[in-house]
Design a protein around this ligand. Sequence first.
Ligand code: 9YT
Length: 129
Amino acid sequence: MIVRTLQDVIGTDQEVRAENWTSRRLLLRDAGMGFSLHDTVIHAGTTTEIHYQNHLEAVYCIEGNGVVHEVATGMSHEIESGTVYALDKNDKHLLIAETEMRMICVFNPPLVGPEVHDENGVYPALTEA
Ligand code: 9YT
């Protein structure tokens, strides 16, 4: 069994910072679960273009509010605490944080650790950290 806390991750290399967000990566590929699990803070007032071409991601908002905008359909969805969205079609999207948002994120395949978005909002398909 693996037991760890958010405090165990903060300040380590499993706390990954980007311009618009900080991702606390609680479980990564090396945990052997087949997914990774993150507690991610999105900074207030930011818009992030994201396109996970190599991963499926589900995102459960537990604090704050904002909008997720689907690029392909032009649809926008209000996101608040208690809302989940799942990028089941590797959907390209914009994440607009009206306030600071705290999101629980699950990735399949799991991230290995250091991934950040490239210029197209993509995470690389890494197999080793
Ligand atoms: C919600 C979202 O995709 N934010 C970007 C960061 C990502 N979820 C991560 O690596 O935790």
